[in-house]
Design a protein around this ligand. Sequence first.
Ligand code: ADP
Length: 672
Amino acid sequence: MFNKILIANRGEIACRVIRTAHRLGIRCVAIYSEADANAMHVAMADEAVCVGPAPSKDSYLKMDTILEVAKQTGAQAIHPGYGFLSENAPFVQKCQEADIVFIGPPASAIEAMGSKSAAKRIMEEANVPLVPGYHGEDQDPALLKRHSDEMGYPVLLKATAGGGGKGMRVVWAADEFDSALDAAKREAMNGFADDTMLVEKYLTKPRHVEIQVFCDKHGNSVYLAERDCSVQRRHQKVVEEAPAPGMSDELRKAMGEAAVRAAEAIGYEGAGTVEFLLDEDGSFYFMEMNTRLQVEHPVTELITGQDLVEWQLKAASGQTLPLKQDDVQINGHAVEVRIYAEDPDNDFLPATGKLEYLRTPEENRYVRVDTGVREGDEVSIYYDPMIAKLIVWDENRDRAMQRMSQALTEYRIAGMKTNTHFLKRLIDNPAFRAAELDTGFIEKHEETLFPGTSGNSQGGSHSANPLALAALYTLLKQGQQRQAEAVHSHDTTSPWHQFSGWRLNEEPALAVRFKVGDEEKSVQVNWLNQGYRLSIDGHIVIADGKLEDDVLKASFNGHNRNAFVAELAGHITVFTDQGAFECQWLHPDLDNHEFEEEGGSLTAPMNGSIVAVLVEAGQKVTKGTSLVIMEAMKMEHTITASSDGTVTEIFYQAGDLVEGGADLLAFEAEEA
Ligand code: ADP
């Protein structure tokens, strides 16, 4: 076994590899770009070397620099992770020349799978079932069309050099063929500088089922069951699970053996994945082989109890595989979702920025979080915006999905758009729960998966009104701030450090204002002896609670519930088991744009200056008497008495500047 390896990657997969390596007593050298100097994988590694500026082509893809670092640091092997140099045959060649082990297959195996049509020819030979179609060298458009006509439509045109869904076109009818071929060729030329095409029968309701295979240097090969990755958007995986729902032992064996034949046909070594389309009638067809560790490998680890990175390290260092085929066992069900910085309601537009607030579910034997970022880290424009993979396991699919739904609500991110609420809707979707899976799942269920609520996914009569939670948060937060100020000033009894609407027999009141989407919402607050009366859209809620850091222990009409709140400069995100709710607190201190006078309040509604004090200390006034005139946001606001009573003390004079929320005067209401 190696005693030192270099990890030619970043993010969650670099951290993932380091974890296993450390467990096996192997030292790790990380490489990083200038943008990643403070990244998690750098902090986790035993040594780290900067290999260049932020763009991948100048750092993580710099083959010679990386090999130089490996030599200098005495690393015996390089783990490429996925992406970057993981399927780059010339890099594998260079490693070999430099006498450094590449933890992956030989260059020849990567090359054999590099072209979709060449791969199909090899698989045909190895007796691996293929989607009916044409993958010959003759590219005469008339010939391609003739093959399509004979197969019958729809057909799928695929660029043989393609990847990531580029250069692919579905042709639904013969008269669309020519224009579709032109478009696919153009896209392929632009993407891969190669417009060679193949034609396949287009399956209209297939599932994507892939087999994990492993081969060692001693001629042993095993398959570690399958993963169902049917839930995709634009041919990119969104949810992966293992085992595939409804998979029979016979079908698993047939697909597994076909996958092993595929791997053996190209002299494979290490971890690989053979992707198949599984048709409704149980027929399966080879699609492609990925010659690396896959993003979704953890679901296989959780159902087999194996560590695939350990297997990779063992195989690459010349050991035999840890298990024989008959010893591979499947236990329970695992599911993985990819948490991305992106906006699902805006065509999954990637998001970037700082992870200002990040809380993850607790990891245990059921829940696993593979991530490469911490709170405060940046999701930059340079790399894949994946924040983490969330993986859960349980005894069966139902329980695993229930657990995933719960874990997603515990994955709390603020400061950046993410897909967590979309993932939760997906996991909770009844058709998904019923395992009605095929690659068109997301399109088919668009209406329920994208309800167009701009991320505010709360609702339902049984859930707490999220606006009430936000309002309660602001009240408790301000109370805490006043108390902190009081402690700081050693004068806890000063009216300066009290936070309440005002102490009148007439209940003191104020309005907390929010912006929710484009709408402005106002919550009317009345102070009670214990707690508050909140009035929201005509509904009254008796609210009370405690705020401990980000945990809001709320009680609404005697019903206790916990929520979590992240606040970034007045931008409030409330997390409950119903999802995340976002609003902007139009706090008087926080650049409040609008203000309406609230009757009965004797506090300054917002930052401003005192224009005039119209009363004196000791003066008796009647309800409605004007007491103080303030100016804020270039507007005058008059604060009036909300009952008959006596002004006992005045805290400000004309010309003074006051902070929003500050008490302006003390008032004693007349006994009725
Ligand atoms: P890429 O290499 O660009 O990712 P693949 O060949 O792996 O392309 O196909 C990506 C996805 O496209 C598959 O997961 C599947 O959803 C869909 N697909 C591919 N071939 C077919 C086919 N013949 N019929 C229906 N869907 C297909």
